[in-house]
Design a protein around this ligand. Structure first.
Ligand code: BMA
Length: 840
């Protein structure tokens, strides 16, 4: 097979506005206009509003390419666009080749076969006319008399109507994302020249035989039945004596193989002895294999297809129990407590995010924070292959929503046709990834039908909902995947509009904290089976704010700060919650830090409760909203658009530790719990203590414990006795045999603003270890709360941050930096502060 790559430089134009510029493909119109300095950066200041005209226009992409006579004669030729965003007409040498109307689909157009030939030897021109997506939406809505929509249905942060087309919903604006509906060739484009035969639709299934039955102690496999189904596509000529050779390889070594005659549909079954299983990174190694299928004709290899896969069994366990129904994942027989967060597209301009490697960076940070599952949220996209490859190779499970969120799908026939094609295409594209754990119909649409009033204003679309999410998608999953579970909506109790908010069945989104302004203690009253969403906002780092906001607007309710806050009244909510816990310093920079601490504490409050609640599978998952941002904004994320960790991400690394110590305080004292999510019992030493805020040790306990596998247990209760909750701080840690810390934490009994803080006498120094690796030593004289290391000039990600320190405690952490200089010089660039310094 020969491919001519048509990525690279194209020309874009907008004739009415007389704009012509160069665009890189894959890419988009906004991105190109920005690169060509035709528009100002939409992420800066209030520029977003200034660039709305771009999506209201049509744009033309065009480029020339050459093809030689030999290639032209060698067989069928097609043009494949792996992603067009969204409405296009494609012409080849001024002949209409076809159209596109779904961003989530690849399009293949025949340029030459035995009947037609639209190519010529030498230079050819391909052009793609992108129609304005917002104009298209208006037309569609008009066609059903829907352009006069009740104002209450229009969200202030979104352009109305994206649900009437198949384009990522967030691009029309979301409560954390700008209105920047990009257009463009967003995935690669190539000309594929004449294979006589090609392998298509490979489907890999594995059936494991476990060694000692299906126990929860990380079983090994004695064998695995591998089943490869694939089609041989030909250009009309019969297969004759074409054969295949199929090799299963591990680390490039052939483990097993099979040969045979190639048919148009093939099934090859192999039994592999002692397979290495695919595990999430917290349970073991994510072992991967590769299958290579060679097609041979007259003794010559004419085609090679290879793909990676893993041997693993994933189940969504839904057993009836005393609360209702369990909802948890079992990986190779081991129940998994899912720890992670919700993923949104990495950039408003996805190809740019890809070029900047944002996906890889954020997913690496997810692993650093001990996450084992990522939810690809439905308002974005079906991610690039590289996303799932990373998750395969690094042992992260993926919860995949179909690309629908929060809005009722209209009953247009053409929409349904697109949805069917899109679902089939993406299921086939992604089904061989071992990381992919579950398919979910949509985000919060069943919820919308039951609680948000969809029923009232678009009753005519209800049957369409049932059709798509309870018939079409599950049918496509069973036909083209066949192994993975499907769940109709998130949250849901199983579908049919039955109590999607039930905490006793299915997954839950809990938004009373934040949206309804409940205190975060109410997380403890919500005992869900699986928390797939809950969240709390904060501001990104001041360095990030300064990248879009001039100094004179750096305050919470300035015009620019408000334009980078999409949740109505969001900044006010951040402040309200902060005030409930903290005295508010004057400096905005310090307020930003306190907003992050408030967010981190809120999330910790929920997660530790749900992790303590894992026994009998009462709760088996916590995916907070949200992991990342697609632009610089005040939002629920734990990592901002520029990759900077908020306090929450450091907290997450602690509260998602596989073996985790946590404190459950009440007005009389504190229970110390250990949650062990691993399949192994652990003998550990637990050290817990109560200090007065002035630094006096009030109580201390050392206990030898066995943290039983896959369970949670309260080992100690330290009562406050006569001590006032306003005067005490609890510290707790777990140590292994060698005295290494496995998990540690600290808890207050009151809002920090009620504490009489004393200057803790924080000090630090820096040591240079080797090239770019430094060590920071931090010393605390008294009690230091929320100790954090940062620099105004350098981007530092340290091992741990935003933690409490006991009197006389030392913390030693290594970190990497690009800084090239002496220890003293570096020290001058870094600051270590605690709550005391923030308030004094
Ligand atoms: C959730 C998500 C998003 C939204 C977030 C914050 O429910 O599914 O729709 O951005 O809430 O409001």
């Amino acid at each position: 097979m020969k491919k001519i790559d048509l990525n690279g430089v194209w020309k874009i134009s907008q004739p009415e506005k007389r704009i012509t510029a160069y665009a890189s493909v894959p890419g988009g119109v906004y991105e190109s206009l920005l690169e060509n300095k035709i528009i100002e950066d939409p992420f800066y200041g209030k520029n977003e509003a200034e660039v709305q005209w771009v999506h209201e226009c049509d744009w033309i992409y065009e480029r020339n390419f050459t093809i030689n006579e030999k290639d032209l004669e060698s067989g069928d030729i097609s043009l494949i666009f792996h992603g067009l965003d969204t409405f296009t007409e494609i012409c080849l040498n001024s002949n209409l080749l076809g159209e596109s109307s779904d961003m989530h689909l690849a399009y293949e157009f025949t340029c030459k076969n035995d009947k037609i030939c639209l190519l010529k030897p030498g230079e050819n021109t391909v052009s793609v006319r992108f129609k304005s997506p917002t104009a298209e939406v208006k037309n569609r809505l008009k066609s059903i008399g829907f352009e006069q929509v009740d104002e209450s249905l229009k969200q202030p942060y979104a352009i109305f109507g994206v649900e009437s087309i198949r384009k990522s919903y967030y691009s029309f604006g979301w409560d954390w994302g700008p209105k920047l509906p990009e257009m463009g060739i967003w995935r690669k484009v190539e000309l594929v020249i004449g294979d006589t035969v090609a392998i298509k639709n490979l489907k890999i299934d594995t059936e494991i035989v476990f060694k000692s039955g299906n126990t929860d102690r990380k079983p090994e496999a004695s064998s695995a039945g591998l089943r490869f189904e694939f089609d041989a596509a030909t250009n009309g000529i019969g297969l004759g004596y074409t054969t295949y050779e199929l090799f299963v390889k591990k680390d490039s070594k052939v483990i097993c193989e099979k040969n045979g005659k190639l048919e148009s549909e093939n099934v090859v079954e192999i039994v592999m002895e002692n397979p290495c299983l695919w595990w999430t990174h917290d349970f073991g190694k994510p072992e991967m294999y590769e299958v290579e299928i060679n097609v041979c004709s007259s003794g010559k290899r004419v085609y090679i297809h290879s793909e990676k896969f893993g041997v693993r069994k994933i189940e969504l366990v839904r057993d009836t129990d005393k609360w209702g129904e369990t909802f948890y994942f079992r990986l190779n027989g081991v129940p998994v407590f899912a720890k992670g967060a919700n993923w949104i597209p990495s950039d408003s301009f996805i190809p740019r995010g890809r070029k900047n490697k944002l996906t890889e960076k954020v997913l690496k940070d997810a692993i650093k924070a001990n996450m084992n599952m990522i939810r690809v949220w439905g308002g974005g996209i079906y991610e690039d292959d590289e996303f799932y490859d990373f998750c395969d190779e690094n042992g992260l499970l993926v919860w995949q929503d179909f690309a629908f969120a929060c809005k009722p799908t209209p009953d247009f026939d053409f929409l349904i046709e697109n949805i069917k094609k899109e679902a089939e295409y993406n299921v086939k594209r992604l089904r061989n990834h071992p990381s992919l754990a579950v398919w979910i119909g949509n985000n919060e649409m069943e919820e919308g039908w039951v609680y948000w009033g969809f029923e009232e204003y678009v009753p005519q679309f209800k049957a369409t909902y049932t059709d798509i999410f309870e018939n079409i998608l599950p049918d496509i999953i069973s036909k083209f995947d066949g192994k993975r579970p499907y769940w109709p909506s998130s949250p849901s109790s199983g579908g049919d509009f039955e109590n999607p908010r039930s905490p006793d069945k299915g997954d839950s989104h809990y938004w009373m904290v934040w949206h309804a302004m409940y205190p975060f203690k109410s997380y403890r009253e919500f005992d869900s089976r699986f928390m797939s969403e809950f969240g709390f906002e904060s501001f990104p780092s001041i360095k990030t704010l300064k990248m879009f906001c001039p100094d004179e607007q750096l305050y919470m309710d300035s015009d620019i700060m408000e334009s980078h806050q999409k949740n109505p009244a969001g900044n006010g909510k951040i402040l309200d919650y902060m005030k409930q816990r903290f005295s508010i310093p004057e400096s905005f920079e310090k307020q930003v830090i306190i907003s992050q601490i408030t967010q981190a504490e809120a999330m910790e409050y929920g997660v530790e409760h749900w992790r303590r609640n894992r026994n009998e599978y009462h709760c088996m998952g916590s995916l907070y909203w949200q992991l990342n941002d697609c632009w610089p904004v005040a939002s629920w994320s734990s990592i901002d658009y520029y990759g900077r960790w908020k306090a929450l991400h450091y907290y997450a690394a602690r509260f998602y530790s596989p073996i985790f110590v946590s404190g459950e305080e009440d007005e009389n004292g504190i229970g110390i719990w250990v949650t062990n999510d691993t399949p192994k019992d652990e003998n550990l030493t637990m050290n817990c203590s109560l200090y007065s805020i002035s630094g006096e040790l009030l109580k201390n306990a050392y206990i030898e414990i066995t943290a039983k596998h896959l369970s949670s247990q309260k080992f100690e209760y330290l009562s406050l006795g006569e001590i006032s909750p306003d005067e005490a701080v609890a510290f707790f840690e777990l140590l292994d045999d060698h005295g290494n810390c496995v998990s540690k934490g600290s808890k207050l009994f009151t809002a920090p603003k009620n504490l009489k803080l004393e200057n803790p006498g924080l000090k630090f120094d820096i040591e240079h270890l080797e090239n770019g690796v430094y060590v920071i030593n931090i010393y605390s004289g008294g009690i230091s709360l929320y100790v954090h290391v940062d620099s105004d000039f350098l981007d530092l990600t340290v091992e741990d941050n935003f933690f409490n320190m006991k009197p006389m405690e030392k913390v030693r952490m290594a970190f990497k930096t690009d800084f090239n200089g002496g220890e003293e010089e570096l020290k001058n660039l870094i600051h270590v502060n605690s709550l005391w310094e923030l308030l004094n």
